[in-house]
Design a protein around this ligand. Structure first.
Ligand code: ATP
Ligand code: MG
Ligand code: MG
Length: 555
């Protein structure tokens, strides 16, 4: 973008470079997802910030899976996350990293803290520990196990590691300050017992490090210079620094916190998104209604649009809610420029052009894009065509101003083709028009009709003999409430029951059937659509609606 959004981390890095603390190419950031779900739009922001800064300074950004909790982590998520980062157009430095690769090192550092008298094994139950910890205005009291000897602590930790104790019966804690106003410093947990297999280390470990004991050390091992996370970790920074100051780490990273990206009408919490999937409210993590990167991709949001949107938002020290309309508008702007135009009829009504011969095909052509140079497409015109049922009316009293479409006895222009007139209608049993018999006005392709003939407007159409049948899935916002997970009610109750409609009986221009999966189009007068990543084929064309031509939600 021409005007760069403000980014206080970028300013800090610039200042560090100017002060001679590091060279631009020494900037190392990381994106550290926990592989317990698919990434969402908030993660896209974090990816753009971390990879974007590395790119801008010529440094490197690592992709590191923060896989310290065996219970919720799965290989499926690891694979999906890697795919998302690559799809957004970023490359991580070196190999993918896993926090679990450093488990041996963490264990040694735990022993190191014990030897320095800075960690101890505690036998309090979770409930007791929380009582001892006190609360913000009430200092905690020391655990009765706080003064165990170095030898006893080393022995107990070893036995925890060997699986001698039950889950929940012992933890390793740092010995810091039970009276600190920062609760995170009241002897936080370093290790807990979890007798579970881990997606990466199998059954090697039955004790797992806490986020706090792992994160800064991971950064230090990897030589991360600027460790960027969201605001809720600001209170953890003193602990982050405490570990780095008390351990023989190979480098000294610093943590910076920025405001999360929140969107209205949207839920961005992996736990809640998982519920939508598990309870079947959506068709999977990559359902086009999901705010996951996989979902947005399937919906037809381009990586370029997502990056433009994220890069246009400031990186600030406060949280805020961004309007989904702003995001959708970024998507629209991108597709307007890059998506070829085409015609598709979603709700077909048959027209017979009685003065055009049966069996004849007139190959008209139309530009693929009104402004960009994308060449022309074949637009076959035939005797039988379809238009949208909503583009025809038998009510001859409709004013020309209100209804700029086809009316019985009147003229309309078929986009890129002839001016036609509707002469006669046949009806189905339900009374709705089934076929409209029309005539075309000669010499009106790309030419004005003769004096006295005034088409009401321009409508889209598809040849029934040369065009192809297609399935089109229309999507709308998944939630009707602008803050679905902020109120009293369960967020599930705000789901829009009409967020998905599958139209099986659509017609598309012939060329669209051969579109590559994931290619985007503007279907004229309808909106932007994408050939489905998985279900679309020339034999069975399937398109997903990405977004309408204009915002129908705000007034
Ligand atoms: P969730 O609460 O959705 O589970 P998380 O923060 O637990 O998200 P992680 O996998 O730990 O998910 O996140 C990886 C990185 O992405 C972290 O650095 C985190 O701060 C960042 N991140 C997560 N959500 C957002 C968001 N909404 N906006 C910006 N960054 C985010
Ligand atoms: Mg997290
Ligand atoms: Mg989480």
């Amino acid at each position: 973008p021409e005007t760069q959004a403000t980014n206080f981390v970028r300013d800090i890095i610039k200042a560090d470079i100017d002060a001679g603390k590091l060279k631009p190419e020494e900037v190392v950031t990381r994106f550290p997802p926990e592989p317990n779900g698919y990434l969402h739009v908030g993660h896209a922001k974090s990816i753009c910030v971390n990879f974007g800064l590395a790119e801008q300074f010529g440094g490197q950004c690592n992709l590191r899976f923060d896989d310290t909790n065996p219970a919720k982590e799965e290989q499926e998520y690891v694979d999906a996350i890697k795919e998302d980062v690559l799809w957004l157009g970023f490359k991580w430095g070196g190999d993918v990293r896993f926090a679990s690769d450093y488990f041996d090192q963490f264990y040694e550092w735990a022993q190191h803290l014990i030897r320095k008298g800075l960690a101890y094994v505690c036998d309090l139950s979770a409930e007791q520990a929380s009582e001892y910890r006190g609360w913000a205005t009430k200092p905690g009291k020391p655990s009765p196990y706080r003064e165990r000897s170095v030898e006893e602590n080393l022995d107990l930790l070893e036995r925890m590691k060997n699986g001698e104790f039950e889950e929940g019966s012992k933890v390793l804690r740092a010995k810091i300050d039970m009276a600190s106003p920062n609760m995170n410093l009241r002897d936080p947990i370093l290790y807990r017992i979890r007798k579970q297999s881990h997606h990466h280390t199998g059954d090697k470990w039955c004790i797992y490090p806490s986020y706090d004991f792992a994160h800064g050390q991971e950064d230090a091992i990897e030589g991360v210079t600027h460790s960027i996370c969201t605001l809720e970790f600001a209170d953890h920074r003193p602990l982050y620094d405490w570990f780095l100051e008390n351990l023989p780490v190979p480098s000294r990273p610093h943590q910076y916190e920025f405001g999360r990206l929140n969107l209205d009408y949207t839920v961005t919490s992996k736990r809640k998104l998982k519920r939508l999937v598990d309870e079947g409210h959506v068709d999977g993590w990559d359902d086009p209604r999901m705010p996951t990167i996989h979902g947005m991709r399937r919906r037809g949001f381009t990586a370029r649009a997502i990056r433009n949107f994220c890069d246009g938002l400031p990186v600030a020290k406060s949280d805020g809610v961004v309007s989904i309309a702003q995001f959708e508008s970024a998507v629209r702007d991108d597709l307007d420029k890059h998506a070829p135009r085409a015609m598709a009829v979603l709700n077909p009504l048959k027209l017979v052009i009685e003065n055009f011969s049966e069996g004849e095909v007139e190959n008209l052509s139309a530009p693929r894009h009104p402004k960009e140079d994308m060449g022309a497409r074949r637009l076959p015109f035939t005797r039988e065509i379809v238009i949208d049922a909503d583009d025809f009316s038998e009510d001859t009293s409709l004013s020309r101003k209100k209804f700029k479409r086809l009316v019985l006895g009147d003229y309309v222009r078929l986009r890129g083709a002839y001016v036609i007139k509707a002469n006669r209608v046949e009806h189905a049993d339900d009374g709705k028009p089934s076929t409209v018999f029309c005539e075309l006005v000669e010499n009106t392709v790309g030419e004005d009709p003769p004096e006295g003939i005034k088409p009401r407007g321009v409508i889209h159409w598809v040849s029934m003999t040369e065009g192809r049948k297609a399935t089109i899935r229309k999507y709308d916002r998944l939630f009707l409430n602008s803050a679905p997970d902020k109120g009293e009610e369960d967020f599930i109750s705000h789901i829009n029951p009409e967020s998905k409609a599958v139209l099986e009986n659509c017609w598309i221009e012939p060329e669209l059937a051969d579109a590559a999966p994931e290619s985007s189009f503007q279907f004229e007068r309808e909106g932007y659509f994408v050939a489905d990543r998985f279900d679309h084929s020339p034999e069975n064309p399937v398109f997903n609606m990405t977004i309408g031509l204009r915002d129908n939600w705000s007034n």
